[in-house]
Design a protein around this ligand. Sequence first.
Ligand code: APR
Length: 252
Amino acid sequence: MSQQPIQYAVDLIRTARNIVILTGAGVSKESGVPTFREAMHGLWAKYDPQQLATPYAFRANPQLVWDWYEWRRGLVREAQPNAGHIALAHLEHLHSGNVLTITQNVDDLHERAGTRSIIHLHGNIAQNKCFEACQGEPTQIDTIDLDDDGRPPHCPHCGGLVRPDVVWFGESLPVQAINQAIEASQFCDVMLVVGTSGLVNPAAQLPKLAAQNGATVIEINPDTTPITPIAKVKLNGTSGDLLPQMIAVLEA
Ligand code: APR
């Protein structure tokens, strides 16, 4: 990639006071966490993630969905932040304005890279909650006894099933997280959108909201997405490659 679009993106970022970084699965892909829209390998190859990540799938077959999340949790535990996560954390610390990361990712790779100001729109895969939300949404469960046979555990309050504390297809987002994300999107001068397909609402609406309120949208993605037409700068490539280049220009 020539320096020109990167330089332009960095100039926009440098002069901004309020920056929102919106991230998706593409950022964690280079750490070995598969996105939902690519074929899975090995044992899980015959399943469609979009069919597994639903309350209907969990009700129909809790063991299958629990096992799939245990597999994904293992991938996340073994994964390390990549150059893209590290560059975004640098941006937060380098910039004199406000930099807020809004992520759709349920892993903690941004935090492990050093990002401090972050909203998780779709929950946290390392946490669990009661499927019945017996004490209100979310009924978080801090410690659970996993049976030796790996069966999904039961809620200590109501005896119902325990599930991962993530947002599934067809479910609402945590109210505080989405409200803060909407407010920050309306208020920012620059929104940097990285590694998201822009297909899943309401997160996909945030760049549009930002643009409608006068923000400049910068997109980093190797593919064209529904966000591309509203992006003032589109950087075609991977986050692990392009974000460190942007930081190098910013620091120069
Ligand atoms: N760098 C940047 N972008 C990448 C890279 C990379 N290395 N690799 C892939 N991408 C892009 C893809 O081109 C795609 O546009 O990342 C995007 C990933 O798309 P999705 O898998 O749809 O991820 P995301 O947009 O985060 O999905 C939103 O839907 O899958 C559910 O709940 C899940 O939070 C997720 C939500």
